[in-house]
Design a protein around this ligand. Structure first.
Ligand code: ADP
Ligand code: MG
Length: 688
């Protein structure tokens, strides 16, 4: 499997270079370069039974072939079998007239068209019939990602000869009993069938084997990580009930039972002398921040520091404000580390924040005078110069918002000597529990599964006419409220025949034509962080009425005065994403509305959109999306280390459960072969 492509017959230096572009360097890479799609050419018919406007495969003899030169080259051939004959044409492939000869036996797969004069098969795939098995026509044919100079046809040709030669020598990578107990295709078979399936069932079985294997390894790796972390030591944080009670009593609301349960799980974890590694999962608006504040205050009162990291500056500012307001009567110093200018420091016992220089803030952090430091992950972990490096005096707890992975090494770098700080990560990404348990199985899970009482459900409607939404938006703005309009694109571009709505075009239209009397602004990912920040701030401060935006508003910020969320091209987003958009409104006390615009008539799309009107639980919606479309949309692919093919075929929860239980069966791993496989897998994950 490690044989470099240089040593594979049929692959010369030019092809080696081209393959590198596809990241194919070894025999193993070649075999694991799975098709991105398949074409079903398996219906082989006699020429007289050919179906017009459909893909047919035929087999016959070339009776005539010649090239005709007009504006472009057209090669015409007449193909005959024992029932009839048919004309075949190829455009712009003049070499065919030379490589195919009268009398050649040939198999062709392609669409048959009819025009005024004739019936012909247009630009079909073809191959000469020989004693060998056909691989380009007359069967289910694999389609690969291509690059300049490498076609699917070439890949098929080379792969076929490799697989035929070595298929009995490919070593199995999973333990025998797992293959048997979980009814998986053995590796050689799976590799053969994923490339050259004889039926759709073959594809499903082959993919299942590979998906299973990936999930199995991920799960095992997580179990290993979890065990390793348990051997580390962490600063034990005693539970300070009086302070926690005082804090809870100071809140303007009562905690939900789910919030209480999660807070308790967290502080219990932190009492122990090995590092907590916990994920707090809760829908948008479920109140994760207060829960993290409880953990924070308990840590600070045990004389340890806390760091809170979020993905964007806007969010860090929001967190700073929230924490400042929640904790201002608790004699706690909070620092905010931001881009270049705004550095705040909240003074003990004072009702206000002040600016200080970064240098001072870092000094105070190092001396332990800052109890809670808030900033983006980049600022806190990646500061370049030595004097700019964030150093803590005695860090007890790391809180990360909307970022799932935080390595043990990163934790150790911030932590006190020979200890590893506790970690609480928070996410609103509603991933079905089964999936979380496998893919995040190194984390303990706390779920806030209910929203605070009295939240008004966002009224959601599917509409196909913008006018309806526009007049509604106008009414809401008259009441002093604000509205979002989300578009799938930044700039207009032709997308086949459909015009996809873009922020720039919609902004022009809304500000000049539809709402010339109102204030409209726009937001998208091509703006600088500073520009984006300003626009969000202005929107929050009601300086304009309507914000036209791409999905950049998704992670985010509170605009309690916004009551309408209009989503153009709603079918282009995953349900979890739509749910996140919708979560931007309905955060205040006012009744809020969400309009989903779609012109799609596809059954799946309608089903998905309907789910939005029916359910307001992110978990429920993500499960529906998982069933209908696979998980690609709600999981930031990269950070999972899962290849795309797994993502796209991961639409049944059963396999996730099976992979997890299989990994539990073999853990701790004693099988030497599996141990090595796991090590290689880990290495690969880290290198990517
Ligand atoms: P998220 O889980 O999305 O981070 P937040 O922590 O920002 O949610 O909370 C959303 C809003 O709900 C905040 O304004 C917060 O003050 C409020 N909130 C949190 N918990 C409760 C509760 N138990 N009852 C009422 N309001 C609450
Ligand atoms: Mg939040």
């Amino acid at each position: 499997m490690k044989t470099p492509v240089e040593n594979i017959p049929n692959i010369g230096p030019i092809y080696q270079k081209r393959l590198k572009k596809l990241k194919i360097k070894t025999l193993g890479d070649f075999l694991y370069n799975f098709p991105r799609d398949y074409k079903d050419f398996s219906r082989v018919s006699k020429i007289k039974d050919i179906k017009i406007n459909e893909v047919n495969s035929i087999s016959g003899t070339i009776k005539s072939i010649e090239e005709e030169k007009r504006k472009m080259s057209i090669v015409r051939a007449l193909i005959e079998d024992d029932t009839a004959s048919i004309e075949v044409v190829w455009f712009n492939q003049p070499y065919l007239a030379k490589s195919l000869k009268i009398g050649d036996k040939i198999m062709l797969s392609g669409k048959v068209r009819i025009n005024r004069y004739s019936v012909s098969m247009v630009s079909p795939a073809f191959e000469k019939v020989s004693s060998k098995e056909n691989i380009h026509t007359g069967r289910i044919v694999p389609i690969y990602s291509e690059t300049k100079g490498i076609t699917s046809k070439w890949i098929r040709y080379v792969l076929k000869s490799i697989i035929d030669k070595i298929k009995n020598k490919i070593p199995e990578t999973l333990p025998e009993e797992i293959i048997k107990n979980y009814n998986l295709l053995p590796l050689p078979k799976a590799i053969e069938k994923i490339h050259f399936p004889d039926s759709n069932e073959d594809i499903i079985q082959a993919q299942r084997r590979f998906v299973f294997e990936q999930l199995f390894l991920i799960s095992l790796l997580n179990m290993k990580k979890r065990e390793e972390l348990r051997k580390e030591s962490a600063p034990a944080i005693p539970i300070n009930l009086p302070v926690i009670k005082k804090f809870i009593n100071s809140l303007p609301f009562e905690l939900t039972p789910a919030q209480k349960k999660c807070s308790w799980q967290i502080i219990k974890d932190m009492e122990r002398n090995f590092p907590m590694n916990r994920l707090l999962q809760g829908d948008v608006g479920s109140g994760k921040t207060v829960v993290s504040a409880i953990a924070a205050i308990n840590t600070v009162k045990a004389k340890r520091q806390v760091v809170l990291m979020a993905p964007t500056e806007i969010l860090t500012k929001q967190h700073f404000k929230t924490f400042f307001n929640l904790l201002k009567n608790f004699n706690i110093n909070i620092g905010l580390l931001t881009g270049k200018t705004d550095l705040y420091y909240s003074k003990k016992l004072k009702n206000d924040t002040i600016e200080i220089s970064r240098k001072k803030l870092l000094e105070k952090t190092e001396k332990g005078e800052i109890d809670i430091l808030i900033g983006t992950q980049a600022l806190i972990t990646q500061t370049k110069t030595k004097e700019n490096k964030v150093k803590f005096n005695d860090l007890g707890l790391i809180i990360i918002d909307e970022q799932h992975r935080f390595g043990v090494k990163q934790r150790a770098a911030l932590s006190p000597k020979n200890k590893i700080a506790h970690l609480l990560s928070m996410t609103a990404t509603p991933i079905p529990r089964t999936l979380t348990l496998t893919i995040w199985s190194d984390l303990d899970l706390s779920i806030i599964d209910t929203l605070p009482k009295g939240r008004k459900k966002v009224k959601t409607e599917i509409i196909d006419e913008e006018k309806t939404a526009y007049s509604f938006i106008r009414k809401e703005i008259k009441k002093g409220h604000q509205a979002f309009v989300i578009c799938p694109r930044i700039e207009a571009e032709e997308d086949e025949k459909i015009i996809v709505k873009s922020v720039i075009a919609e902004y022009e239209k809304l500000s000049n034509v539809v709402f010339p009397d109102l204030k409209v602004n726009m937001l998208h990912g091509k703006m600088t962080p500073k520009e984006k920040d300003k626009i969000m701030r202005d929107f929050k401060n009601k300086k304009f009425d309507i914000l036209v935006s791409t999905s950049v508003v998704e992670v985010g910020i509170d605009i309690p005065n916004a009551t309408v969320m209009m989503i153009e091209g709603a079918d282009r987003f995953g349900l979890a994403q739509l749910h996140q958009f919708r979560g931007r409104v309905g955060r205040g006390k006012k009744q809020s509305y969400c309009f989903l615009l779609t012109e799609s008539k596809s059954k799946t799309t309608i089903e998905r959109m309907k789910a939005m009107t029916k359910y307001d639980s992110g978990f429920k919606l993500s499960e529906i999306d998982l069933k209908l479309r696979g998980p690609g949309d709600f999981m930031g692919k990269r950070q999972w280390g899962i290849p795309d093919f797994v993502m796209s075929s991961l639409n049944n929860l059963e396999i996730i459960k099976e992979a997890r239980s299989a990994s539990e069966e073999v853990f701790p791993v004693t099988n030497e072969k599996l141990k090595r496989r796991l090590e290689a897998f880990e290495e690969k994950l880290h290198l990517e």
